[in-house]
Write a protein that binds this ligand. Structure first.
Ligand code: 3HC
Ligand code: NAI
Length: 693
């Protein structure tokens, strides 16, 4: 029998052998776990008294997958397949007992068991696609044999976690057992299997569902077409589909071989490396060196939001959706009514799409109180200001809030660019002042930039990060500078995009390159969406930029039906001859001769100055680590996750190449452009951002 500190151990209870995996935090299939499963299953099979085997896990979850930290390193025996074969070929029935999440390799192990039981709260899924991979241990071949190719295709390409009840309905789980009684329930099930003399059921041998789909290529083609937008740019979804096709068209062992080949291809590619990197970056981002995890947080039981505009409304929804009451303050009733009506419409639209029930719409609305009286915020634990982006107004508001809101409460600003220290300076509690920069639409976008001022306390930082997690955001910590991490870098791109217009590129030329790179839209389409008149003033406009001229012509973006592009009534963009004429006039006025700008130049001049700015952000200590910058871009700006974020991307290009390109374009990058010394040094030393500690 196994030693007590082994990660996998065998105990025998009557005629049932219980193989227990105990490898915190998530029982991932490390070498030790694979070996433990292999040895203990073999021991249980050899054990005279044992007639059936239960495979169960200690801790918070069933096996949550392969050990991702081992990826990219030389494989260590035994392979997962050896452990799986021991289970599938066991001469005694093996029953997987699932709680928490059976994911990836974990579900693939369970699929080799002859039966599966689960508690109702358990979830199963093959989320490899999210790591740029496919299930590489038979998952693509076994899953469709139980749930059918259509459902399997949906599961492997979305990576969704499916609840145990649904798994039971699909046949993936044979029996649900009472919550909290997994072991006894699984043992009882095992005894039933023995008593009824049930067969050693191998999923691999069950062919009816895949055979039924044979000769129906439209099944796959229709799916590809329907999902094309979602899958754009990603390799893994297509590879996953090909594996399900193989499951349908090939004998099991050949399908398995095909799965192996495609798995290795993905594993060796940059996309999976990027997506695995982002997986860890998303977990790293919460760790703040000088704010330890145990830092006390204040409880947030009531939130105040100032301004019911674009941002205030979305911000309020985040809290209402998790049951935290919000008081929204506006300056006039009409704006308040409009804001609350927009929130209701958003919730109702979610309900129409089936995201929430109509009852939940009312529950959430009931959490919101609108008022014109700032005094109503007195007993809030957290107040978030989302009024106009104007320092004078922000200062006035913070001075007032300081006098009204109880001591020990946090005063946060949603400012996009402004100096948090200056805002804090008008209060007597700068240690309680912080930036909480949400992204539009604030109820949808996952990113929250938390901006620490010079005097912001650790408790304030820990609480802002903590409440961010509670409302489902990914929070990244930034320091104070103009535009913080995200917008400061975006400005570097925007300068180049506009400069290229004056050299002969059209907005759609630039946008096309950025779109093809994998972003949801380019800089000019983004301006049209946000509104060209943000920060534009009709009294002071001077026709000095293309954007100003467009605004003066009332071409203010999508909302007016025209901006850089022309829009039809379905808001489909068309290149605009009007814009083209304006751009040409600006080229001539600047004394330039329009030139053909290559796609490569557009790409480099848009992206490399951002990377350069990011390096400055690191040098100045505005961001803690390169991967936090990547988290900001992937979650707040639509940077394609399969490119890992700007820092990871720079590593794939090679920092020396980035610097060489910046130098080559130096004359065009503008008089204020300078190369980051950090970037230049790292490039010269052949370093990567990923290796920066
Ligand atoms: N390998 C290695 N470490 C893992 C891991 C894995 N598969 N899954 C989670 N971890 C680590 C996390 O990095 C984190 O470490 P940290 O505490 O040092 O930051 C710790 O476990 C806890 O993870 P979470 O913070 O994510 O814990 P949650 O409770 O929020 O979530 C979870 C648990 C749902 C299991 C989530 O961690 C998760 O989704 N994990 C990844 C699951 C996955 O992708 N599995 C497939 C792997 S690929 C595969 O199996 C290939 C196969 O087909 C051959
Ligand atoms: P908005 O113009 O849509 O809304 C501002 C609201 O604040 C208006 O309804 C106005 O009536 C109200 N208001 C003004 N002064 C007030 C006061 N003293 N008390 C209470 N309410 C007051 O502006 P938006 O877009 O919501 O921006 C708000 C803040 O959020 C700005 O600081 C902006 O930079 C920032 N932000 C905006 C983003 C965007 O995409 N719109 C993204 C991230 C941050």
């Amino acid at each position: 029998m196994s030693s007590s500190d082994a990660v996998v151990k065998l105990t025998v209870d009557g005629e049932i052998g219980v193989v227990t995996v105990n490898s915190p935090p998530v029982n991932a299939l490390s070498q030790a776990v694979r070996q433990g499963i292999l040895e203990n299953i073999n021991q249980a099979v050899a054990h005279e008294q044992v007639k059936a085997i239960v495979l169960i896990c200690d801790g918070r979850t069933f096996i949550a997958g392969a050990d991702i930290t081992e990826f990219g390193k030389p494989p260590k025996a035994p392979s997962l397949q050896e452990a799986q074969n021991a289970i599938e070929n066991a001469s005694k029935p093996v029953i997987a007992a699932i709680h928490g999440t059976a994911l990836g390799g974990g579900l693939e192990v369970a699929l080799c068991c002859h039966y599966r039981v689960a508690v109702p709260s358990a979830k199963c899924g093959l989320p490899e696609v999210k790591l740029g991979l496919l299930p590489g241990a038979g998952g693509t071949q076994r899953l469709p044999r139980i749930v059918g190719p259509q459902k399997a295709m949906e599961m492997v390409t979305s990576g969704q976690h499916v609840g145990a009840k649904q798994c039971h309905a699909m046949g993936l789980v044979d029996e649900l057992v009472a919550e909290g009684e997994l072991l006894s329930g699984a043992m009882a099930f095992a005894r039933k299997v023995l008593a009824e003399n049930r067969p050693l059921r191998k999923v691999r041998d069950s062919d009816d569902k895949v055979v039924a789909a044979r000769g129906k290529p439209e099944l796959f083609d229709d799916f590809r077409k329907a999902q094309a937008r979602k899958f754009r740019g990603f390799d893994a979804p297509e590879f996953n589909i090909r594996c399900i096709e193989a499951a349908v068209n090939l004998p099991f062992d050949e399908g398995l071989k095909r799965e192996r080949e495609l798995f290795s291809q993905l594993m060796q590619g940059t996309q999976s490396a990027a997506q695995r990197y982002v997986f860890f970056a998303e977990r790293q981002v919460w760790k703040i060196p000088d704010v330890p995890e145990a830092t006390p947080q204040i409880p947030i039981t009531k939130v105040g939001v100032l301004g019911a505009g674009t941002m205030g409304g979305g911000i309020s929804m985040n809290f209402a959706s998790v049951g935290i009451p919000v008081t929204i303050v506006e300056t006039n009733q009409a704006a308040l009514d409009r804001g609350l009506a927009t929130i209701r419409r958003n919730y109702e639209n979610t309900a129409k799409r089936g995201g929430i029930t109509t009852e939940q719409v009312e529950q959430r609305m009931a959490q919101l109180t609108g008022t014109l009286d700032l005094n109503a915020l007195a007993d809030c634990d957290l107040v978030i200001e989302a009024v106009f982006e104007d320092m004078a107004i922000k200062k006035e508001v913070f001075a007032k809030l300081d006098g009204i809101v109880k001591q020990g409460a946090i005063l946060a600003s949603n400012t996009s660019y402004l100096d948090i220290n200056e805002i804090a300076s008008v209060t007597k509690r700068p240690e309680w002042v912080i930036g909480m920069h949400f992204f539009s639409p604030a109820n949808v976008m996952r990113l929250l930039e938390v901006v620490r001022g010079e005097k912001t306390s650790k408790t304030t930082i820990a609480t802002a990060m903590g409440i961010g997690k509670k409302i489902g955001k990914i929070a990244a910590l930034a320091g104070v500078c103009h535009g913080f991490i995200g917008n400061r870098m975006l400005r570097a791109r925007s300068l180049q995009a506009n400069a290229m217009l004056l050299e002969g590129a059209m907005p759609w030329d630039v946008d096309r390159v950025i779109y093809d790179f994998g972003m949801p839209m380019g800089p000019f389409a983004m301006s049209d969406l946000a509104g060209l008149d943000i920060g534009w003033n009709k009294d002071t406009t001077s026709s000095s930029t293309v954007r100003e001229v467009l605004c003066e012509m009332d071409r203010r973006g999508q909302k007016t039906g025209a901006g850089f592009y022309d829009y039809d009534d379905k808001r489909v963009a068309q290149p605009s001859p009007v814009t083209e004429k304006i751009v040409r006039e600006f080229v001539a006025k600047a004394g330039n001769v329009a030139r053909e700008i290559s796609q490569q130049e557009i790409l480099e001049r848009c992206l490399y100055p951002m990377i350069n700015e990011a390096a400055k952000i690191l040098e100045e200590g505005i961001a803690i680590r390169p991967s936090d910058i990547d988290i900001v871009y992937v979650n707040g700006y639509g940077w394609p996750v399969y490119r890992g974020g700007p820092m990871f991307y720079a590593d794939t290009v090679g920092l020396a190449n980035v610097v060489a390109s910046l130098k080559a374009h130096a004359a065009r990058l503008g008089p204020d452009f300078t190369i980051s010394p950090l970037l230049e040094r790292m490039a010269a030393e052949g370093k990567r951002f990923q290796d920066m500690k």
